[in-house]
Every structure is written in C-alpha cells, then in structure tokens.
Design a protein around this ligand. Structure first.
Ligand code: NAD
Ligand code: UDP
Length: 313
C-alpha cells in the first residue's frame, strides 16, 4: 500500500465524487478526498471513513499536496446551486482549476477535469460531438457555470501545451443515481421526491425539452477509463453520457409509473437559456475507451427511487 500512488479527488464528498472515491478505493487506490462541503456532505462519504484521507478545503485557495492522479470534480453542478453564488462558481472553475493544474505541474500528476455538456450551451446541432463549438449565452444566468467550465477546459489545454501537463477532459452529460442531493433542484431528484411526497412535479417550460440520463456507475467507469487511457486522443475532450434522449415530460410520467404515485404534473415557467435538446454523440468514448452506458433508465431510476425512499425525505 505504501508504494501505491496517491489519487486526489476534488469534490469527493459530492454526488459523483463520493461514487468515484468508492470505486477507486475498491480498486485498491490510495485516495485523498478534498472538498469544502458546500454542496457535498459528510454523509456521502461516511461509509468510506477510515479508508481515505478527507481534507476540508476551499479550492479557490491554493493547497500543497502530492498526488500522481487528480480527478478534479469540485464545482457546484446543479443550476440552483451554481446560480446561487455565480461569482463563486466562476472562481471555483477558474482559480480552483489553476490551483489544481499548478499542483499537477509541480508533482507531475495526470489530471482529469469534470467538464460538462453545458459547454455546448443551448445546442443547435444534434447529437453533440466533441468538435461542436457550442451555443452559449455568455450574459445569461447559466454562464457562470458554462463559461466557467469552458475556461477550465482552456486552462487544461494551455497547461498541457505550455507546461506539458498530462490532461484529460471529460464532458459529462446529465448523470443521476443514489446520493444526488435532495435539495439541489435537479430534475431526477425533484421528480422522485415529488412523486414520493405526493407533491406536484413541475415541468419548466412545458417539459418538451430533452435530456439523456446516464446512471452514475456507468459514468464513473467512463471517468476511470479516460484517466487510464493512453491513446492518441488522450488530451482531447470526451463526451461521457447516455445517448438515449427523453423529454422531461416523459421522464415525469416514467417516475410516476415506477413509484405508483398519483402526484399531479403541472407546468412551470420556462427557465432562461434552458437547453431545448441535449444528447451526446459518444462514438469517441465508445471507440477509444470502450465506454457504454449500459444501465437501463428504468433500472437506474428504480435504484435511485429506493435510495430516496430509504432516506424517507
Ligand atoms: P455535487 O455538487 O454533488 O459535487 C460537487 C462537489 O464539489 C461538492 O461536494 C462540493 O461541496 C464541492 N465543491 C464545490 N465547490 C468547491 C470548492 N470551491 N472547493 C472545494 N470543493 C468544492 O455535483 P456532482 O453532480 O457530483 O458534480 C461533480 C462534477 O461533475 C462537477 O464539476 C460538475 O460540474 C460535473 N458534472 C456533473 C454532472 C451531473 O449530471 N452530475 C453533469 C456534468 C458535469
Ligand atoms: N426541470 C423541470 N422541473 C424540475 C427541475 C428541472 O422541468 O423540477 C427541467 C429543467 O428546466 C431542464 C431539465 O429539467 O430542462 C434538466 O434540469 P436539471 O436541473 O436536472 O439539469 P440541466 O438543466 O443542468 O440539464
């Protein structure tokens, strides 16, 4: 164990980060989890206590650590949270990413950025391929996150070109599963909670917009494969997600069916700059990483519903 290289996971107490830490520990890695607990929680990593080192730290401030691999996930991910303090979201993406790239440069670590499908904004091209430059409104309420992640990608590329840092960029599409925060306003958690409580499921803007939902275990497998990948495209971005598109209205109906709930479905106002369609082209990840989103949506939703039921929230 003492010769095992250290893997640093930023945002490790969050939804994806906690699953990633669990996976890495299961693979026998030595893990340091760093988080400021702003949207993550100790409860998410309670079951891993004693197996890894947890450091409470805000990445906006530099930190000196040694690591061979850095999974850089720290950033609020849901619109409700990233819009609640937009300047802080930008600082996390810019200063936090510079701090982690500085650490990678100093220690020679390989670093993977958890980027997002939001770099494509409200896309005009479908499905979205990695070479699509996107359609982002830099003045809108989602820009703190979208543009923040776009700059984070730019920083990754410049540290690679200028300093030879070994970078990986994962563009993550909507992912769901156990340990999503109940209060973060994402559609899957909102609809499951509404269904379980018998409260209205609100379709923003009518629910005709689409997303493609990937189960967390599949996504985590993709992140690990990308980190380990040594092929010729390793410094290019990779879309990771489920290419099966579904409207938000269909998602509501599916969750009501699976929970056996009679909660009403109502229409709410459209959110500004809400992407109308989103669906990844994952051919690069399939060819280069052997990535597949294998968990059926119904099965993944059942597991997520069980999780929220057990929480009795
Ligand atoms: P999350 O909010 O559950 O996790 C983010 C974690 O980062 C939290 O534990 C939070 O406390 C921590 N954090 C935030 N700002 C920090 C800071 N300044 N310093 C230290 N820690 C900080 O969200 P998630 O869904 O787990 O997302 C993880 C990453 O994946 C994010 O970078 C997000 O942009 C990206 N992503 C997620 C999705 C998805 O569908 N879940 C989609 C696209 C991209
Ligand atoms: N949405 C909705 N009702 C909700 C929460 C979200 O209709 O209670 C919609 C939202 O407007 C968006 C989609 O569901 O079109 C996905 O929203 P989420 O916040 O989960 O993720 P993102 O917008 O980042 O893809």
């Amino acid at each position: 164990m003492s010769d095992t290289p250290t893997t640093l996971v930023t945002g490790g107490a969050g939804f994806l980060g906690s699953h990633l830490c669990q996976r890495l520990l299961g693979d026998g890695r030595r893990v340091i989890c760093l988080d400021n607990l702003s949207t993550g929680s100790r409860a998410n990593i309670e079951h891993l206590k004693g197996e890894f080192e947890f450091i409470e730290h805000d990445l906006i401030n530099p930190i000196k650590l040694d690591a061979a691999f850095v999974y850089h996930l720290a950033c609020p991910a849901s619109p409700v949270h990233y819009q609640s303090n937009p300047v802080r979201t930008i600082k996390t993406n810019v200063l936090g990413t510079i701090n982690m790239l500085g650490l990678a440069r100093r220690t020679g670590a390989r670093i993977l950025l958890a980027s997002t499908s939001e770099v494509y904004g409200d896309p005009i091209k479908h499905p979205q391929r990695e070479d699509y430059p996107g359609n982002v409104n830099q003045l809108g309420p989602r820009a703190c996150y979208d543009e923040g992640k776009r700059v984070a990608e730019t920083l990754m590329m410049e540290y690679h070109r200028e300093h030879g840092v070994d970078v990986r960029i994962a563009r993550i599409f909507n992912t769901y599963g156990p340990r999503m925060a109940a209060n973060d306003g994402r559609v899957v958690s909102n609809f499951i909670l509404g269904a379980l409580r018998g409260e209205p499921l609100k379709l923003f803007g009518g629910g005709g917009q689409s997303r493609s939902f990937c189960y967390v275990d599949d996504l985590i497998g993709g992140l690990v494969s990308l980190m380990e990948y040594q092929g010729g495209l390793r410094h290019q971005p990779f879309n990771l997600g489920n290419p099966h598109e579904i409207t938000i209205r269909e998602l509501a109906a599916t969750i009501l069916r699976l929970t056996g709930s009679a909660a009403p479905v109502v229409t709410g106002p459209a959110q500004q700059d809400d992407p109308g369609r989103r669906c990844p082209d994952i051919s690069r990840a399939m060819t280069e990483l052997g990535f597949q989103s294998v968990t059926d949506l119904l099965e993944g939703l059942r597991r997520t519903i069980d999780y929220f039921r057990a929480l009795a929230v």
